[in-house]
Design a protein around this ligand. Structure first.
Ligand SMILES: Nc1ncnc2c1ncn2[C@@H]1O[C@H](COP(=O)(O)OP(=O)(O)OP(=O)(O)O)[C@@H](O)[C@H]1O
Ligand SMILES: [Mg+2]
Length: 378
């Protein structure tokens, strides 16, 4: 029988919600060779480029007030954006826009920062061997420059750079700038001169607070909507990624990274949508050997938690106790003190208490269960 492969793929993906189509799709996938499956797995990610860290979304959520402030200060010539890792500093600066963008952590000296700026403003200009002052003179009036991670410059270079930049106005040349730092208090200490600080930043500071769990969810939903096919993510998966994001040192940076990796893992496993186990896999930490250090009570309780969480994002204490009962019978064990043992697992970070209950965050439960069962059988 003749079978139109391409049209089947398109029709099946579009009709994902149709259970008949899904059943047919599964049947069809089972009958395909490995090569055919490889061609068929791209059904979760619609546009991977929209999950790259450098991508500037067309809509910025949860930062309306900050955007207005940045624009207002910039009108007057300068703004300093301050906020911890992954709070959206770089994204906001690029969204507002500038004529040149330079990362000062990479270009640690005044000369190199100016060279980088001029490379963008005047591609034909050759700054090699020219003194710093000459480079300053080449920057045209009215240009806006973005100075990311400005505290990454060598301290003495930064002091001189900040001083010269802020004094350009006095020399009658208006160079606008958006400077970015993770901590404006530390930056002030590095500059260590009240007069320079007041002209360089003064009161034009916009602080970005870390996002709340609800805000992270809102942002992730929007980013997923832009980059993934509909019905490949849901409230459970996005809430779970938001939970990890909220507690990670990389904050929103981790959130976007996790969304991308979970989607890739789900696709590679042939899942129709991102599953909680895919997110756990994407967030996987190498702590399996730590299981060996758990005592018998902790081991059986962790097995119960992992089993209860197998197909769910979160579980309640009641769910855990119920599963524990079954596991204790299975292995002929009885734990002495539930509360104490449970607290110990929480404190050691094996089990996590989240917004919606208890869960395992950083290891697929299927792998964890297998490892614990191996230990218990020994
Ligand atoms: N409000 C938002 N809406 C949409 N995406 C966001 C938002 N805030 C942050 N992001 C995304 O989160 C990621 C991290 O943001 P960004 O790189 O701007 O953080 P940062 O504060 O510059 O971090 P770092 O201090 O590590 O440089 C980016 O992919 C960015 O697009
Ligand atoms: Mg940044």
């Amino acid at each position: 029988m003749y079978f139109n492969f391409k049209s089947f793929v398109i029709r099946s993906v579009e009709a994902r919600r149709n259970s008949y189509a899904i059943a047919r799709w599964k049947e069809f996938m089972q009958s395909q060779s490995f090569l055919s499956k490889c061609l068929l797995i791209f059904v979760i990610i619609k546009d991977a480029s929209k999950l790259e860290l450098s991508y500037i979304p067309s809509k910025i959520l949860c930062r309306e007030e900050e955007i207005n402030k940045i624009k207002l200060y910039l009108k007057a010539g300068k703004v300093l954006i301050s906020g911890s890792v992954g709070t959206g500093k770089t994204m906001l600066a690029r969204y507002i826009g500038g004529d040149a963008y330079v990362n000062c952590y990479v270009n640690k000296t005044e000369h190199r920062v100016l060279e980088d700026i001029l490379k963008q403003l005047k591609p034909r200009f050759n700054p090699a061997g020219l003194p710093t002052q000459k480079l300053w003179n080449e920057i045209e009036e009215g240009k806006t420059i973005i100075l990311d991670e400005i505290d990454g410059m060598h301290a003495d270079e930064l002091r001189h750079f900040a001083y010269t930049l802020s004094r350009q106005y006095e020399f009658g040349r208006k160079i606008k700038y958006i400077a970015i730092t993770r901590n404006h208090f530390i930056l002030k200490q590095i500059i260590n001169d009240d007069a320079t600080w007041s002209t360089f930043a003064g009161k034009s500071i916009v602080e970005l607070k870390p996002y709340t769990w609800e805000q992270i969810k809102e942002i992730l939903f929007y980013r997923a909507e832009e980059s993934l096919y509909p019905n490949t993510y849901d409230d459970d998966s996005i809430s779970f990624i938001a939970e990890i994001t909220l507690n990670s040192p990389g904050h929103m940076r981790t959130g976007i990274e996790l969304l991308r990796q979970s989607a890739m893992i789900a696709e590679s496993k042939g899942h129709e949508k991102i599953e909680i186990e895919d997110i756990r896999e994407a967030n996987r930490e190498e702590w399996m050997s730590d299981i060996e250090s758990l005592d018998d009570d902790e081991t059986i309780l962790l097995l119960a938690v992992a089993t209860a969480c197998k197909n769910k994002a979160y579980v309640s204490v009641e769910d855990i106790k119920e599963t524990l009962q079954i596991k204790q019978e299975e292995y002929g064990m009885k734990i002495e003190n539930f509360d104490r043992t449970f607290q110990s697992l929480l404190q050691q970070g094996f089990v996590y208490e989240g917004n919606r209950g208890y869960t395992i965050l950083d290891c697929p439960t299927s792998i964890l269960i297998e490892e614990i069962e191996k230990k218990l059988r020994r």
